[in-house]
Design a protein around this ligand. Structure first.
Ligand SMILES: Nc1ncnc2c1ncn2[C@@H]1O[C@H](COP(=O)(O)OP(=O)(O)O)[C@@H](O)[C@H]1O
Ligand SMILES: Cc1cn([C@H]2C[C@H](O)[C@@H](COP(=O)(O)OP(=O)(O)O)O2)c(=O)[nH]c1=O
Length: 205
């Protein structure tokens, strides 16, 4: 039987990596021996190029193709083989990050960037079975990022407001796949909520 793909999405500083770390240590989740991964990928040719691109003034369309190339590598080398082995895969960011972030960066390039970026993925990507959207006001997430001491070029208030709006629209249009989590709660509460939902999902599927 094919495995299951679970993705974690949200704006910068919404707490995705913190949740991913907690899930890796959680005994109920560990029992399933999931494969934990992320996009952009780390330590790969495509992931390294993406990392360089987002630290510089790269053309937005070029950036979309680099993120998408990284996604293709990720699918071919990790996601597909793991799912074929029946594994549960949990990815910190995935295609919805492209729809939401590049849906914003490409506003000046294209008429309907969200649909265009979704079309680009059609036919070859694997749609997740379950997606958590960690929803938070960018005012709070930016403050959290400040404390973390990292500064991505995407961590701007107006920009993240737009990204958040697209994420919420994606979730509203696909309520079967998405679970929206109020990410302003404590890490402990969020972990409990996510574990509960994953266990419910796995018992149904
Ligand atoms: N629920 C939370 N409440 C308060 N601070 C949090 C919470 N989750 C994460 N943080 C802190 O916010 C910052 C960003 O979290 P992180 O998990 O790296 O976000 P993301 O991976 O979504 O960018 C980190 O400093 C982290 O310790
Ligand atoms: C996967 C992906 C990430 N991004 C952005 C989101 C982040 O600002 C940045 C780097 O991702 P990431 O390293 O996951 O950042 P963070 O841990 O702060 O959430 O790249 C895109 O614009 N498009 C994409 O397809």
């Amino acid at each position: 039987m094919r495995g299951k793909l679970i993705t974690l999405e949200g704006i910068d500083g919404s707490g995705k990596s913190t949740v991913a770390e907690k899930l890796q240590k959680n005994p109920e989740i560990k029992a399933f021996k999931p494969v934990f991964t992320r996009e952009p990928t780390r330590g790969t040719l495509t992931g390294n190029v993406v990392e360089k691109a987002i630290q510089s003034d790269t053309d937005q369309l070029a950036e979309l193709f680099l993120f998408t190339a990284d996604h293709a590598e990720h699918l071919a080398k990790l996601i597909k083989p793991a799912l074929e082995k029946g594994k549960i895969v949990i990815s910190d960011r995935y295609s919805d990050s492209r729809y939401a972030y590049q849906g914003m960066t490409l506003k000046t390039h294209l008429e309907n960037p969200l649909e265009w970026v979704k079309d680009l993925h059609r036919g070859w990507t694997i749609v997740p079975d379950l997606t958590f959207l960690f929803d938070i006001r960018p005012e709070i997430s930016i403050e959290r990022c400040g404390k973390r001491g990292e500064q991505s070029k995407f961590e701007k208030l107006e920009f993240l407001r737009g990204v958040r709006e697209i994420f919420l629209k994606l979730a509203a249009n696909d309520p079967e796949r998405f679970i929206v989590i109020d990410a302003s709660h404590s890490p402990k509460y969020i972990e409990k909520e996510v574990v509960k939902k994953i266990m419910e999902f796995l018992s149904r599927n």
